[in-house]
Design a protein around this ligand. Sequence first.
Ligand SMILES: *[C@@H]1O[C@H](CO)[C@@H](O)[C@H](O)[C@H]1NC(C)=O
Ligand SMILES: *[C@@H]1O[C@H](CO)[C@@H](O)[C@H](O)[C@H]1NC(C)=O
Ligand SMILES: [Ca+2]
Ligand SMILES: [Ca+2]
Length: 185
Amino acid sequence: MAGKVYFRILHVAVFILFVVGVSGLCTQHWFEHGTRCYKTDNITRTWNDGAAYCDGLGGELLVIETLEENEFIHGLLKNQSKEWAWLGCSDISTEGQWVCYKDAASGLPLKNWATDQPNNAHGTDHCLAIHSKDGKWSDSNCDVQFVYTVCETTSVQRKGEVVTASSSATPISCYTLGSDGRLRV
Ligand SMILES: *[C@@H]1O[C@H](CO)[C@@H](O)[C@H](O)[C@H]1NC(C)=O
Ligand SMILES: *[C@@H]1O[C@H](CO)[C@@H](O)[C@H](O)[C@H]1NC(C)=O
Ligand SMILES: [Ca+2]
Ligand SMILES: [Ca+2]
């Protein structure tokens, strides 16, 4: 009896380790932050080429939705000595109406413009970019050649893959915690 309970508790411990381990999973060479995975490389691209590159990796060009995410990316760019990176938003269809991958209907999920931006310089600044000096954003010409790419994907899909591969842990779901905090078997 005691041995059986011990065995089950061990199972639960293994399950907890399993959940903790899996919840932090991004494919190798992707940076993890929150529930997302981020990928950079050392090649500068136009905005369209960057978008196609990320699409090919099963992700999207980075869209920053919170100041907290902005600070993470700001740090990432600084660490990698990258001056500019594209964000997956543009106003190329209608001047002044910004559209992002994840939130096409309602404009920018966050606004973090640098001073005097957006200025639609020369009438051709239609793609969004973040600068590593202060983490602020500018509209930029979509075809400039000095901007780096950051791709983003959720880690949820990747979690699912691993859960399927290790399904032997699933019987644990019938264990609950009692009101006294003890495991109820
Ligand atoms: C990019 O360049 C930096 C500095 O030269 C290097 O440390 C890093 O490994 C490179 N990253 C990739 C993905 O090639
Ligand atoms: C940047 O480098 C610092 C110092 O090594 C590190 O603490 C931080 O986690 C790094 N940030 C990112 C986003 O990689
Ligand atoms: Ca514009
Ligand atoms: Ca501009």
